[in-house]
Design a protein around this ligand. Structure first.
Ligand code: ADP
Length: 475
């Protein structure tokens, strides 16, 4: 059970689309956020580096124009206000002798850049580095450079503002990402469901059509996108199929109608031969065979025409209040000899009475056809159960047998005209009994359902409505 549900979820297109959508959405969001974060961090650092380089340039000019005293004075001035405590300045000779510093009270743990001083003896390129402090939460960016051939200036700037800003940004990104991950699934599911809505409707319509509702159509919306075009094409195809089916039915109905009179004449001629005292025994045998075959063909033709009439609603139906229990009992009595011949037990569980409004003759044929089939397709020693469930306005007659049963593939076809299951071809029949039963029941506004398992038996359930309004225009 669990495996089946898991398989269903995995094979669901909506679920797969959701997972893909949410997955791609989340991955792209992470990539985009990461890229944006590093881009902002790099831009901020470049900006600080440019400021530091400007400072070096300004101080080298100052040293040239105002001398060392001016430089020292300016260093103090730069860090005098509180905000400027964010920066520090240190001045050395190239040999490493400290000449001056700004107020370093907020910069505890600031080490001497011994290596850089050595480096600067060989190259006059300014050296930029990020300084970490064990004592501080935030780091600093510093530049160390020659401001004249023998004087080295180090300018440092706290990265506290930048790091606070980046931390806020990262928090914002993480909250947004968490929201995206949480919403990604439901949004993906909603979008996948919306996108597949049209397909689902088409599938449902196709299932209904498979079960016989050929008049079913898919709703076409006015968006004009691919799914609407598919629905439109699907409906056009169904119109065409329905036209073909209707014209085929009309053709067989007309053919049946046209065949009835010549067949009647042939049968009459054969009957005259039988009653003619001068006919020889061979002719009598032939005439008997002809009469029998004509009867069979006429029965088929009449049944076909009865179906056509019931389906088109043109037949004369005589509505009465009839006792369905009496109809079932009569049929059981009628078929009792056949059941006894085949050693089949027919059991019934019926209420005393069950009155419905309907056409007695038609309902008699429905019950007779279903009971006849149950007995025909059940092996000797089997059992047939007749039950009537009478609840509120709905009446359900079920005829259950433990006979040969019908395969799943064939159950959807047995109500088609002339359709006979492979296994039952050895039995007498013409494949019209169920079509007729269904046409008559539908004309009463009801339906017949089948539940069958090959080799185990079948249950045919006829559902009718107590105030059965004859739906003469139906089907
Ligand atoms: P038929 O004259 O062949 O019985 P129907 O229209 O009554 O024609 O039934 C159509 C086919 O459905 C039958 O040929 C048979 O294969 C199958 N069928 C109908 N009723 C039963 C049943 N009770 N058990 C098994 N198969 C059945």
């Amino acid at each position: 059970m669990f495996l089946r549900i898991t398989h269903k979820i995995k094979s669901s297109l909506a679920v797969r689309l959701t997972v893909w959508y949410a997955g791609i959405f989340i991955v792209f969001s992470i990539v985009a956020f990461t890229f944006l974060y590093f881009l902002i961090a790099a831009t901020l650092q470049t900006q600080i580096d440019d400021d530091l380089k400007d400072d070096i340039h300004e101080f080298s000019v100052l040293l040239r124009t105002g001398g060392l005293a001016q430089v020292k004075h300016e260093m103090l001035l730069e860090t005098q206000n509180k905000e400027a405590q964010q920066d520090f300045y240190r001045l050395w000779t190239l040999d490493g002798e400290l000449l001056a510093t700004s107020d370093l009270s907020t910069w505890s743990g600031l080490a001497e850049p011994v290596k850089i001083l050595v480096q600067l003896r060989h190259s006059d390129e300014p050296i930029l580095e990020t300084l970490e402090f064990e004592q501080h939460e935030f780091s600093a960016r510093s530049i160390t450079a020659l401001i004249d051939p023998n004087t080295v200036l180090q300018v440092g700037e706290s990265l506290a503002d930048n790091e606070t800003f980046l931390a806020v940004l990262l928090n914002g990104f993480l909250i947004t990402l968490a929201t995206i991950i949480l919403l990604g699934g439901p949004i993906g599911w909603f979008m996948a469901k919306r996108a597949l809505l049209g397909i689902q409707e088409i599938t449902e319509a196709a299932c209904l059509i498979t079960n016989g509702a050929i008049e079913q159509r898919v709703a076409v919306r006015s968006h004009g996108h691919e799914l609407d075009q598919l629905a439109q094409a699907f409906n056009t195809m169904l119109d065409r199929i329905q036209t073909l089916i209707v014209s085929m039915r009309e053709m067989t109905d007309n053919l049946a109608h046209d065949l009835r009179s010549p067949l009647g004449h042939i049968r009459a001629a054969a009957e005259i031969t039988l009653t003619d005292s001068k006919s020889c025994p061979e002719m009598e045998t032939l005439a008997t065979a002809i009469t029998k075959e004509c009867d069979r063909l006429l029965e088929m033709i009449n049944t076909t025409l009865d179906i056509a009439e019931a389906e088109s609603g043109t037949g004369q139906s005589k509505l009465d209040e009839i006792d369905l229990v009496a109809v079932i009992n009569d049929a059981q009595e009628l078929f009792q000899p056949i059941a006894e011949d085949k050693n089949i037990t027919v059991k019934s569980n019926l209420p005393k009475q069950c009155f419905i409004v309907g056409d007695r003759r038609r309902l008699q044929r429905v019950v007779a056809n279903l009971l006849d089939n149950a007995l025909k397709y059940t092996s000797p020693g089997g059992q047939v159960d007749l039950k009537l469930n009478d609840k509120y306005n709905q009446v359900q007659l079920s005829i259950e047998d433990n006979g040969m049963g019908i395969s799943k593939d064939e159950t959807i076809r047995i109500f088609e005209r002339f359709y006979r299951c492979d296994k039952s071809r050895t039995h007498e029949g013409n494949g019209l009994g169920l079509s007729l039963a269904q046409a008559f029941v539908r004309a009463h506004g009801g339906n017949i359902n089948i539940d069958s398992t090959l080799g185990e038996g079948s249950i045919f359930t006829v559902t009718l409505f107590r105030n059965g309004i004859l739906n003469t225009q139906s089907v």
